[in-house]
Ligand binder design. Structure first.
Ligand code: C5J
Length: 222
């Protein structure tokens, strides 16, 4: 057990019941030609955090702690893609359409893959999720119960969409959640900042936040 110097107050880190969950660090959100770019976003904001996310993943792996990866993606027949999601907005290519990296956000396509630098290793759980939250229509809840997890450290993209949605889902299910502030990113700096402040406001109403260094220090002292 160790105290992580988190905000709004210390987070008591219990390695035996903690997992890292890395949300949607996929080519489709980080590279030109993918879903994020098709919506007009500056994807270089996402690639900048890759070294920090990698450091966090490696810290968990070195300590023998579980690392879980999520991927936002849909079945090739689009049976898990509600029309309301496919038709929303005005992207240059829609989910399921053929793009430069294969069909956008479809399971098994090259653009849907997790970035090489952050690729899961053997034995790590990978959750394919059709929604923004990782608990919706997935096995994550049962997997975490089976693994005896009570605390989740979060990294990945985007802070105010899939990361925050999953943190809120986890918080409602009784998990203590901590967001690694410098291992998450948004396409909008102001949204990232607002999400971080919302999460830790009102006495950590959704969870805690800390830097990757503070999390790794917690692991080293636990
Ligand atoms: C979005 C995500 N932003 N992973 N997905 O559509 O946050």
């Amino acid at each position: 057990m160790a105290e992580i110097a988190a905000q709004p107050f210390n987070f008591t880190f219990r390695p035996e019941t903690t997992a890292l969950i890395v949300i949607d660090m996929q080519r489709d959100f980080a590279e030109q030609g993918g879903f994020g770019a098709s919506l007009g976003n500056d994807v270089s904001r996402v690639t900048k955090i890759v070294p920090t996310v990698k450091r966090l993943i490696e810290g968990f792996r070195a300590a023998g702690l579980p690392v879980i990866h999520t991927m936002e993606c849909h079945r090739p027949d689009l049976s898990d893609l509600p029309p309301a999601k496919r038709n929303r907005g005005n992207p240059t290519i829609r989910i399921g359409d053929a793009g430069p990296m294969g069909r956008v956000l479809i399971a098994g396509e090259s653009g849907t893959a997790i970035l090489d630098a952050l690729a899961p290793v053997d034995g790590e759980l990978v959750i394919e999720k059709p929604g923004k939250g990782a608990f919706y229509a997935t096995s994550l809840g049962e997997d975490l119960k089976r693994m005896g997890i009570a605390q989740l450290v979060f990294a990945g993209v985007t802070t105010e969409v899939c990361v925050q949605t999953t943190m809120r889902e986890a918080n409602d299910r009784g998990y203590e959640c901590l967001l690694a502030e410098d291992a998450t990113e948004s396409y909008f700096a102001a949204f990232k900042q607002a999400a971080i402040e919302m999460i830790r406001a009102q006495g950590a109403i959704v969870g805690w936040t800390a830097t990757t260094d503070q999390v790794l220090e917690g692991i080293a002292h636990a």
